[in-house]
Design a protein around this ligand. Structure first.
Ligand SMILES: [Zn+2]
Length: 163
């Protein structure tokens, strides 16, 4: 399925969501991420997609993205949409709803994706990219306290493992 079709699918699936009703985003398909500027984070070359704050756009890495299964593609885009939402629409969300929790934006993004109805897709993606421990933690998203505790442990292990 082509990127345009994924975008149409997502628009349809999210058109009742208040959170996203004012979000307008550019999504750009690039051949690869090899020529992104040097300010980009290190591992980005291998990422299927990224949200660029300064450009207010999602960039998609054809080399990786186009080979993914449909649910994984949807999860990948929705995760970047969540970053865009946190920057453009609701920058105060972390402060308001996760105060006194030092929680990474990555985790809030996945939490939002679950709440927006893409739990199944993001769990499928995270099982591949982060493993079972993280996915099991994501499944707890309806219970915020339990979720935060489990996801923080899982994510810390991933970060340590990657170093
Ligand atoms: Zn992210």
């Amino acid at each position: 399925m082509r990127l345009e079709e994924i975008c149409r699918f997502i628009e349809k699936a999210t058109n009742q969501l208040q959170d996203l009703s004012f979000l307008v985003l550019k999504i750009e398909l690039l051949d690869s991420f090899e020529n992104l500027n040097k300010a980009s984070p290190k591992g980005i070359i291998k990422s299927p997609a990224a949200y660029q704050c300064s450009e207010e756009r999602i960039i998609v890495n054809s080399r990786i993205f186009l080979n993914l299964e449909m649910p994984i593609k949807v999860a990948t885009i929705m995760h970047e949409v969540a970053h865009a939402y946190l920057h453009l629409i609701n920058p105060g969300l972390k402060e308001r709803e996760f105060k006194d929790k030092d929680i990474d934006e990555e985790l809030i993004a996945d939490y939002l994706v679950c709440g927006w109805g893409f739990e199944e897709q993001i769990i499928a993606e995270r099982t591949l990219s982060y493993g079972e421990l993280y996915s099991d933690a994501l499944r707890l998203w309806r219970d915020r306290e339990k979720f935060l505790e489990a996801i923080t442990i899982a994510y810390t292990k991933i970060l340590i493992g990657n170093n």
